[in-house]
Every structure is written in structure tokens, then in C-alpha cells.
Design a protein around this ligand. Structure first.
Ligand code: PRT
Ligand code: ZN
Length: 286
């Protein structure tokens, strides 16, 4: 039987779109039509399971799924025995403690003896323990932010992204206790065949991620400026330099990170670069 890697992704929620795009950008095709619980790729040895994010670490620990994508918050909170394979850079958020806006806060010791509502009792418990604070953790599964206004708790510990939800519930963020992004987790005892398929996916993800951070830059300049411009274009190896039809002019081609490009754009122009074109790159393979 040919091996197929079983990949668990969130069925619908904040991780879904970026998780599915990641595989699509890697050229792995599959049909994730509405309501589907499972899909098989038509061009890669992979099968997708669409699940609730909280269930994914358990499936991966048991080997029902070989690999999965969840937030680090869910990975750490569920505390399953899985391998941490790769951070993916999307679904960034933080887990924070917040208190009613009108209250004074001088530091963690102010939480002593208070009750804190959260869906993350493990991460919160670890934080309080580390700081030697004893508080009552009130575990609830949703709508955590309304807990103080209905008298259920003195404070909350919840996921924050823009901060809008806290604000609209009259709360202020006082401690960031954990920072999270999407992480790829995998079954620790994959067969060599499945590990090989996973490695192929990781290779493709690296190529896509590298490309996302880079731009292909083409510019024209007088030949006497080439050395100065070259010093501003780190490139993958060295820039390609091609003569233009106009005597004494060349075009220079290079790949640079988007950040380097913006940092150097003024210097490039001062050094004599003209007609600068900046193009997206789809994949970079070293
Ligand atoms: O149905 P299922 O169980 O699969 O999904 P879910 O409802 O448990 O999770 P979902 O889809 O809301 O989030 C999935 C993951 O996305 C989380 O585990 C985090 O890792 C990450 N993430 C990123 C977030 C947010 N940003 C986020 N803003 N998860 C939740 N929120 C919520 C937060 O709980 C709060 O209610 O958004 C609100 C705060 O947002 P702001 O922008 O108002 O601060
Ligand atoms: Zn969930």
C-alpha cells in the first residue's frame, strides 16, 4: 500500500484559511468543499481531516493524524505528546490577563486571592505558579470577556488580537502571559515513509516562505555606478548584470528581501539606479 500523510486542519475558524492556503501554495491540490470532513489530494500523497482545533493535538498524539496545524496556545494548553515541527507565522495573538478598566493595577501580586475566568487553565496556572501568586482559576469555555461584568470573576485571561473585544467589554489588558502563532505538530513516531512525505512538505513550505519575503529587483544604471549599486544589493549570490542596447548602460537583476529593499531604495536611487522594477517571486529553491 502506498503511504499517505494524514493532515489535520481546523474545519472552520481563524486558522482554516491560512492553513489551507499553505498547502495550496505548496502545489498540493485537494477539494475542501463545504461540510467535508475528509479530502484526498489529487496530486500528492496526503489526506486532509477537517476538525475542531482543540481536538487536533489529541489526534496527532494518537497517530490518527500524522500532522496537524493549531495555535501554540492550543498546543501548550492541551499538553499532548507531539513533535513541534515548524512555526508557521500566521494567526498571531497573545494570551493576556485583563481587569475592569477602572481598577488600579500595580503588578501580578495584585492578582493574589482574585478569581480569574479563562479557557486556558493550564497556561494561566503555570504563569501564576511561576510568579508565586495564588488565585482562583474559573474555567469557562467561551465568552470569557463578560465574566467580570456578570460577577463571575474579578479578571479574565483570554486571547487578544486587536484588543477591541477587551475594550468593548470595559476591560484593560494588564499582563501578556503567552504569545502564540500557528504551529505544525506531528506524530513523534512517524514511519520513514511518512517522514519522507512530511519532509517534502517542509521543503516546499520553506521555498514558499522564502519567496514571500523576497522580491526580484531589476534596475538600469550607467556602468560606472555598478560597483556602488552592487554593494546595496546583497542578492542570492551576486546580481546578474546585462548590457543594455544603449552604450555605457547596464541592467542589474537581483533578489533581495522586501525589508532590505525599502531600507535601500533611497540609496539605490542616489547611487544612480533608474527604472527600478520590483516583482513578486513565487518559489525560491536553494
Ligand atoms: O471551532 P474551533 O474550536 O475549531 O475554533 P475556536 O473557536 O476554538 O478557535 P478560533 O477559530 O476562534 O481560533 C483559532 C486560533 O486562532 C486560536 O487558538 C488562536 O491561536 C488564533 N487566534 C488569533 C485567535 C485570535 N487571533 C482571536 N482574536 N483566537 C481567538 N481570538 C478571539 C479571542 O478569543 C477573543 O474573543 O478573538 C477575540 C479577541 O480579538 P480582538 O481582535 O478583539 O482582540
Ligand atoms: Zn477551539
Amino acid at each position: 500500500m502506498n503511504d499517505v500523510l494524514r493532515i489535520a486542519v481546523q474545519k472552520s475558524g481563524r486558522l482554516s484559511e491560512d492553513s489551507l492556503n499553505l498547502f495550496k501554495e505548496c502545489g498540493i491540490k485537494f477539494d475542501n468543499g463545504a461540510g467535508k470532513l475528509k479530502a484526498t489530494s489529487s496530486n500528492f500523497p496526503a489526506e486532509f481531516l477537517f476538525l475542531r482545533d482543540d481536538d487536533i493535538p489529541g489526534y496527532v498524539e494518537d497517530g490518527v493524524a500524522d500532522m496537524g496545524i493549531v495555535g501554540q496556545n492550543v498546543h501548550v494548553e492541551t499538553n499532548k505528546n507531539v513533535s513541534e515541527t515548524k512555526l508557521l507565522g500566521f494567526s498571531k495573538c497573545r494570551l493576556s490577563i485583563a481587569i475592569p478598566r477602572g481598577e488600579v493595577y500595580n503588578g501580578v501580586t495584585d492578582l493574589e486571592g482574585k478569581s480569574i475566568a479563562t479557557s486556558y487553565p493550564i497556561i494561566l496556572g503555570n504563569f501564576l505558579k511561576e510568579h508565586g501568586v495564588t488565585a482562583h482559576i474559573h474555567e469557562i469555555s467561551g465568552s470569557v470577556e463578560i465574566a467580570p461584568s456578570i460577577g463571575l470573576a474579578d479578571a479574565v485571561c483570554d486571547i487578544v488580537s486587536s484588543g477591541g473585544t477587551l475594550l468593548s467589554n470595559g476591560l484593560k489588558e494588564v499582563e501578556v502571559i503567552f504569545r502564540s502563532e500557528a504551529i505544525m505538530i506531528s506524530y513523534p513516531k512517524l514511519s520513514p515513509e511518512k517522514q519522507d512525505i512530511l519532509n517534502q512538505i517542509l521543503f516546499r513550505i520553506d521555498a514558499v516562505q522564502r519567496a514571500k519575503n523576497s522580491k526580484y529587483v531589476v534596475l538600469n544604471t550607467r556602468n560606472e555606478n555598478i560597483a556602488a549599486i552592487r554593494a546595496l544589493l546583497p542578492g542570492m549570490k551576486a546580481p546578474s548584470i546585462l548590457p543594455l542596447a544603449d552604450e555605457g548602460w547596464s541592467s542589474m537583476h537581483s533578489v533581495i528581501t522586501e525589508q532590505d529593499f525599502w531600507q535601500n531604495i533611497e540609496k539605490l536611487r542616489e547611487a544612480g539606479a533608474e527604472g527600478i522594477l520590483v516583482m513578486p517571486i513565487e518559489k525560491i529553491i536553494y
